[in-house]
Unconditional design. Structure first.
Length: 331
């Protein structure tokens, strides 16, 4: 197995609210092998983005706090790093592609200045060299006439081009790891395919690792080597992309896969859905949160199941009511 660039071990992240401290990420563990893409998938509110921002400690302050765990990046626990070291890591060794490019870019600064800033801070280039490198980066991510676009403001670019600029900024310093937080959410299907192809090609060229956060299981199947399925602030299943699609073991994963429309589905068929609703974060039970959604009763709600290796490199939160042999999800 390839050496891991990143290892999360039992990370717990909470937010202070008027009603008290609420845990949004509850004991999350997974690893990212060198040169591989790990997808994180789950419904809105399951903790995907909070997990990603915990890695680089970009949580809202002062509300967000990492209470426990380890974030080992190339052998170094980032949770023990001081502010100066984190400034070096963010943008330098770990690049971040944020969810909405219009808010990720500063509207009052030209594209070239925003690209140059990272190059000057992390690589020590002078302004002239950084500007020239910015043009090269825009060309690398497929922006036409980069020598002209480098002087544009964000509002002068289309959504797809802005997203390419955000990718260029994330890759400017040749990071070892890129965190892509739903990088194609605001884009149409054609541009989405171009962006994913661009990320894949750049990953091959630069040998970096990628964490890809998305709602789209089609994107996961196309782009990822391994998959982490999150629900209720926890990892409920982790496997290679082939194993997960071929033999999903947790009822929640099975429900997600069953809800995808298929080409052979008869016309006007009722699409399958997962029954129930995700509980509010302040209502989470200590035990199995998918059992809570299914309105089950008993010990599974009070006792958290162990996260076990149910097959080689295939891990699952082993709730006796949710982990089944391959088949449809419990309804």
């Amino acid at each position: 197995m390839a050496e891991n660039v990143l290892e999360l071990r039992n990370v717990v992240t909470a937010f202070d609210t008027e009603g008290g401290q609420l845990v949004a990420v509850d004991g999350v563990s997974f690893s990212v092998p060198a040169g591989k893409t790990v997808g994180i998938v789950g419904e809105s509110g399951c903790g995907k983005s909070v997990t990603a921002m915990s890695i680089v400690q970009l949580l809202p302050q002062p509300a967000g706090t990492i209470l426990a765990g380890e974030v080992n990046f190339c052998g170094e626990d980032l949770l023990k790093a001081d502010h100066e070291r984190l400034y070096e890591v963010r943008g330098g060794e770990i690049g971040v592609i944020f969810q909405e490019p219009m808010t990720a870019l500063n509207p009052v600064h030209r594209i070239g200045k925003q690209l140059s800033e990272s190059l000057i801070l992390h690589l020590g280039l002078d302004k002239k060299a950084a500007w020239a490198r910015s043009i090269e980066l825009l060309e690398m991510v497929g922006i036409p006439s980069p020598e002209l676009r480098v002087s544009d403001y964000p509002h002068q670019l289309s959504g797809g081009m802005r997203q390419r600029v955000v990718i260029a900024i994330a890759l400017a310093c040749n990071p070892k790891l890129v965190i892509a937080d739903e990088p194609t959410t605001a884009l149409d299907v054609t541009v989405q395919a171009q962006i994913l192809e661009l990320l894949s090609q750049l990953q091959k060229d630069q040998g970096m690792s990628v964490i890809l956060i998305t709602h789209d299981l089609g994107v996961i199947a196309e782009s990822c080597d391994e998959v982490v399925v999150m629900y209720g602030g926890r990892v409920v299943e982790q496997a290679s992309v082939y194993d997960l699609f071929a033999n999903p073991r947790h009822a929640y994963t099975q429900g997600l896969l069953a809800s995808i429309p298929r080409l052979d589905t008869p016309r006007k068929s009722v699409l399958k859905t997962i029954p129930g609703n995700v509980a509010s974060i302040d209502e989470f039970v200590p035990g199995c949160r998918f059992c809570q959604r299914m309105e089950r009763t008993g010990e599974t709600l009070t006792n958290r199941a162990d996260f076990i290796e149910i097959a080689p490199r295939h891990w699952v939160e082993n709730c006796p009511l949710c982990v089944q042999e391959q088949g449809g999800h419990d309804e």
